[in-house]
Design a protein around this ligand. Structure first.
Ligand SMILES: [Zn+2]
Length: 225
């Protein structure tokens, strides 16, 4: 029975390796943290992440915190966030995003998570990108807006789709309720994992309907397509 308890993981154990955390460590031990594959540091148009998204006229730049390593620690963190309801970890990861990119986020007006379709939101109980957005908000003290960009199409999961199929799958999946709300605003668009960027491009198409809106994109992780 004790073994089962250990397997479940205590809140004071590392989510990466399950070793006990020491003082000042939160969720992830220093060793796991050290070996997490770090992404790019700056949100600008020259980042690799930006190359995928540059077609939107409102787009300013993009970055991501971690590279996705299949079967590695980043995948484990994402699994905890997306499927294990570990929302406290999600807020913490959002706070890491906010701290690491703070200097690029001074001009942000609204933090906007990629929305889930209401059906999926009901099933999961939370939007993982919104949890990350809350963590970022804790650091940069800017509001999260989760009800102006909405998902109107309940798309299938993108995981096993080709780039072309992904673009088709998310086409017209999003809508903006009040276009004027984002007029002249700097938006920080948040995603958990970006791969081809097709979801983010569709979101930017909608946000880009507002006048003189500027969009920065930040993802927790980037996976190679
Ligand atoms: Zn660890």
């Amino acid at each position: 029975m004790f073994k089962n308890l250990i397997h479940l993981g205590f809140p004071n154990n590392c989510v990466g390796c399950n070793n006990a955390l020491v003082q000042n460590e939160k969720f992830i031990c220093s060793s796991c943290f050290f070996f997490l594959p770090k992404g790019e540091l700056n949100i600008d148009k020259n980042s690799q992440t930006s190359q995928l998204l540059s077609e939107s006229p409102s787009f300013i730049g993009a970055s991501h915190l971690f590279d996705f390593d299949k079967n590695g620690k980043t995948q484990h963190l994402l699994h905890e966030l997306k499927y294990k309801s570990n929302t406290k970890l999600g807020v913490y990861l959002g706070e890491l995003m906010g701290s690491d990119f703070q200097s690029s986020l001074l001009d942000i007006d609204f933090i906007v998570p990629v929305p889930l379709h209401p059906k999926k939101l009901y099933q999961r109980g939370y939007n993982q990108s919104e949890i990350l957005a809350k963590g970022i908000s804790n650091i940069i003290s800017k509001p999260v807006n989760n009800d102006n960009l909405i998902r109107i199409k309940n798309t299938e999961t993108q995981t096993k789709k080709s780039k072309k199929a992904r673009i088709e799958n998310v086409k017209s999946a999003f809508s903006i309720k009040d276009i004027t709300l984002f007029d002249n605003k700097n938006i920080l668009l948040i995603d958990d994992v970006m791969t081809t960027g097709s979801t983010l491009i569709e979101c930017m198409k909608e946000i880009g309907k507002s006048k003189n809106v500027k969009i920065k994109v930040l993802a927790l992780a980037r996976a190679l397509a």
